[in-house]
Design a binder for this molecule. Structure first.
Ligand code: ACO
Length: 431
């Protein structure tokens, strides 16, 4: 062993050796570009579809140790935040990097609370959607439209302008999400109630009918608070990468966050909890679990809500959600599918197939059960993910905008197509 933090690479094509620096366990892809570089060779590059082993940024927002099952926001363990904080305090932490003083907290909550209303023209836009429009489609188009209401948002180097848009987006997201939900039900949109907390107000906009004031159950508001905290950030996932990639063109933050919502919309990202629910409904009873597990082991299908690209241990968020289930079911009555989920978990955690592959429950295994108990249709599940993830996207966007090392995202390609063909005009080709 030596203290030398370099890597020696021998190019067997030429016999030449190159020494490249190792910093934080990484080498710079640009250093590889020097290997074999000549007038007619652009040098070596890295081929990494899906960025499975490529760091795109330095970040101080979220830390994950997948082997140990650790998740921290700005250094604070997710378990402690979920237990003792609120979503808005966590949003402050993610955006500002530090926990707020009392004064900063009160000012932050005040600002967010008083930006919950959206322009009436945006309401008209939402009302223009078809009765069966997917709420994620409605959310992403309305967040994109917000940039037209705040044209100054493109001054992304101005700290006050940035702050204003961050407050607006975190404040208006529940309003837009709740209105998309009401739209599908043909119910009138409910305006924000600024006497209520962030999650209480969201519940009010979702469920209030003719009562003059909605009285949310504090246990449900608290469970939602916990779910929001758990979903606030998860470092460089597909949607965050989309926000950063689009944001790298220096577009306004509404447009960048819209890209994140679009990425989250996909079933490989935000849609897994819906798949878990469908699977549980299909299994139906505890007795059918062993046969289902056998099918999974025979490669017939996957146990949805199990396994994770990063976590090779219990997803810490799954442990917390499991606890939140109890609180929600105390109010709504137990979801009969809980028994099926618990049996699946019990058998899978003891089974050699799952143990050997380090497959543990992920965040989606239990969240769908809670959402269903709260009477959300499956299409709303991803909206419930997008609302709290907004603070994480914005924290990552801020980091990007201030990072002098960042450039417009522009990956390389390995060209595999034809070259230098002679164009034959259609008049000759179509003879
Ligand atoms: N059920 C059964 N087997 C599984 C599962 C599963 N859920 N997940 C992985 N495996 C097996 C694979 O078949 C493979 O086995 P093999 O080595 O015998 O071929 C091995 O475990 C490794 O699987 P990969 O697909 O290579 O792992 P990867 O890291 O690419 O996939 C993923 C991670 C996509 C999450 C996967 O575990 C999966 O499909 N899980 C179910 C879907 C799910 O719950 N997604 C939500 C993720 S959390 C989130 O996005 C918020």
């Amino acid at each position: 062993m030596t203290d030398k933090q370099t890597l020696t690479i021998r190019d067997n094509r030429s016999g030449e050796e190159y020494e490249v620096e190792i910093t934080d366990g990484s080498i710079r892809a640009a250093d590889l570009g020097k290997i074999g570089k000549s007038d007619d060779d652009p040098g070596l590059s890295v081929y990494d579809p899906g960025f499975t082993n490529t760091a795109s940024t330095r970040s101080a927002v979220t830390y994950i140790d997948g082997e140990k099952g650790i998740l921290e926001y700005r250094g604070y363990p997710i378990e402690q935040l979920a237990e003792s904080s609120t979503y808005l305090e966590v949003a402050y932490l993610l955006i500002h990097g530090e926990l707020p003083t009392k004064e900063q907290h009160d000012q932050w909550v005040h600002e967010i609370t008083f930006h919950t209303f959206v322009h009436e023209n945006l309401k008209s836009q939402l009302q223009g959607f078809r009765y069966d429009a997917h709420p994620m489609g409605m959310l992403l188009s309305s967040v994109g439209a917000l940039s037209t209401f705040y044209p100054e948002a493109n001054k992304i180097k101005d700290p006050q302008v940035r702050h204003d848009q961050i407050v607006r987006m975190i404040a208006k997201m529940p309003t837009l999400g709740a209105w998309a939900f009401r739209h599908a039900q043909g119910k009138p949109y409910v305006y924000p109630d600024n006497d209520l907390s962030y999650t209480e107000n969201f519940l009010s906009m979702l469920f209030r009918m003719s009562e003059p004031k909605y009285d949310p159950d504090p246990r449900l508001a608290k469970a939602l608070e916990v779910l929001f905290i758990l979903h606030a950030d998860h470092e460089q996932n597909a949607s965050t990468n989309a926000v950063r990639s689009v944001g790298s063109s220096q577009v306004d933050p509404y447009s960048a966050v819209t890209a994140g919502i679009a990425a989250l919309y996909g079933p490989l990202h935000g849609g897994a909890n819906e798949a878990v629910l469908k699977m549980l409904k299909r299994i139906k009873t505890k007795d059918n679990v062993p046969a289902f597990i056998e099918g999974v082991k025979n490669g017939e299908e996957r146990l949805m809500g199990f396994g994770h690209r990063v976590y090779k241990n219990y997803d810490p968020r799954a442990t917390i959600i499991k606890k939140a289930c109890d609180d929600v079911f105390e109010v709504t009555g137990v979801n009969p599918l809980l028994e099926v989920a618990q049996e699946l978990e019990k058998i899978a955690l003891e089974d050699e197939y799952f143990v050997k592959r380090k497959l543990y429950p992920n965040v989606d295994f239990y969240s769908g059960l809670i959402y269903e108990a709260l009477q959300f249709p499956p299409e709303m599940f991803t909206v419930l993910f997008a609302i709290p993830r907004t603070s994480g996207w914005l924290a990552q966007w801020l980091e990007l905008v201030d990072d002098p090392e960042q450039k417009i995202a522009r990956p390389k390609q390995i060209y595999t197509g034809a070259r230098q063909l002679d164009f034959v005009p259609s008049s000759e080709r179509w003879k």
